[in-house]
Design a protein around this ligand. Structure first.
Ligand SMILES: [Mn+2]
Length: 380
């Protein structure tokens, strides 16, 4: 099954195409990029790379190379594509500002006119947006817009469909309608489209949850195009799911960054932020490995470095979702935000009083909980 995917994907020559696209812009004073969200999950990573390859824009990983390298599922996908980490462009923050890094080459964001298509999120990091050379051209997403800002008046196209289980379904539909000609005339290059089925199946639990016609239709058409059966696709899904479960081999400060998003407070509390990290590592295993003190120290340091007011860890493992809330902003926060006012279901991990976690409905993903928190903060 891996052999089959590898054979199809290698025929798309992604490595050569990424190199060629990057070179075509590195000589110019401008660059068109496709940027996924900073959690860099399968949806963001694959969505930005497939769209970039098809639209001849530079796909950019919205994460440092060091943290990206902890994501074993994505490394496996890269291997199947025949692409190395050196072939990817990473957006990283250095002391002198934000830079695009590819192998040993670096481009400062402020030195180049960058026009971005952003996928799987709808607003770039504040500091990046503040660069006058940086602009957002197009948005394809399935998250709600939390706050209106001037940027939205300057974009040329915006497609946000909250019902889509995966952003890659929307990306496929975009490619299908805009690049019809290419799909017909360059079938080899289009083989990379098979990748889009991977996040769609992950985000919809193989089309059983949070699924919409656009997801089902996407998977059906893409698999047919590649000559891959649903059984084979599900096998690949299980294989990558196993690869992704590697947090027990990774230090806590890295675990917290592997699927992390930062959020701004509403304008009434200007300048404040909070963060949410999603993990698959059960708290009991984590505390057993690191101990209470080391765990709390890692969380405290992480939150302090980012100057967050508060921070949530969102853990889903074996169908059970539990939140750890660090420095909740008020006493009614947990009950209001995680339980819509009903009484919380809490437990202490391994009997540790300081490590209380809250079990919620399994469907309360970060995508759902972030707008609840935003609304809560807005009322304060
Ligand atoms: Mn997504």
């Amino acid at each position: 099954m891996i052999e089959k995917y590898r054979e199809i994907l290698r025929a798309a020559k992604a490595k050569e195409n990424l190199e060629r696209i990057y070179r075509s812009f590195s000589q110019l004073d401008r660059m068109s990029i496709v940027l996924g969200n900073p959690s860099c999950d399968q949806d963001s990573f694959i969505g930005s790379h497939v769209l970039g390859l098809l639209e001849e824009k530079v796909p950019v990983v919205n994460l440092s190379r060091a943290i990206f390298s902890c994501k074993k599922d994505l490394l496996e996908i890269l291997e199947m594509m025949g692409v190395a980490c050196e072939d990817l462009v990473f957006l990283e923050k250095e002391a002198r500002g934000w830079v695009l890094i590819r192998g040993r080459e670096k481009i400062r964001v402020q030195d180049k006119k960058i026009s971005a298509t952003i996928v799987d999120h709808n607003v770039p990091e504040k500091e990046i947006l503040e660069n006058k050379n940086f602009s957002v051209e197009k948005i394809i997403d399935h998250h709600p817009i939390l706050k209106m800002c001037d940027m939205y008046t300057c974009v040329s196209a915006m497609c946000i469909e909250l019902a889509a289980g995966s952003c890659c379904s929307l990306i496929y539909r975009e490619i299908k309608t805009k690049l019809e000609e290419k799909l017909r005339t360059d079938p080899e290059k289009c083989k990379v489209l098979l990748l889009l089925t991977i996040p769609i199946l992950t985000d919809t639990s193989c089309l059983t949850r949070r699924t919409h016609t656009v997801d089902r239709k996407g998977v059906e058409e893409l698999l047919k195009m590649a000559g891959v059966s649903m059984e084979e696709a599900e096998e690949m899904h299980r294989h990558l799911k196993k690869k992704k479960k590697c947090e027990d081999q990774i230090p806590s400060d890295m675990i917290l960054q592997m699927d992390y998003k930062s959020f701004e407070y509403p304008p009434s509390h200007k300048g404040k932020t909070f963060g949410i990290s999603s993990v698959k590592y059960p708290y009991d295993d984590w505390i057993k490995r690191d101990g209470k003190a080391k765990f709390l120290e890692a969380v405290g340091k992480f939150v302090q470095e980012r100057s967050h007011e508060f921070f949530l860890i969102n853990c889903k493992s074996k169908g059970v979702r539990e939140f750890f809330v660090y420095r909740p902003p008020a006493n009614d926060f947990v009950q209001t935000v995680l339980y819509s006012g009903k009484s919380p279901s809490q437990r202490e991990v391994l009997g540790e009083k300081e490590i209380k976690v809250y079990r919620t409905d399994a469907s309360l993903s970060r995508k759902i909980v972030a707008p609840h928190i935003y609304a809560y903060l807005d009322k304060r």
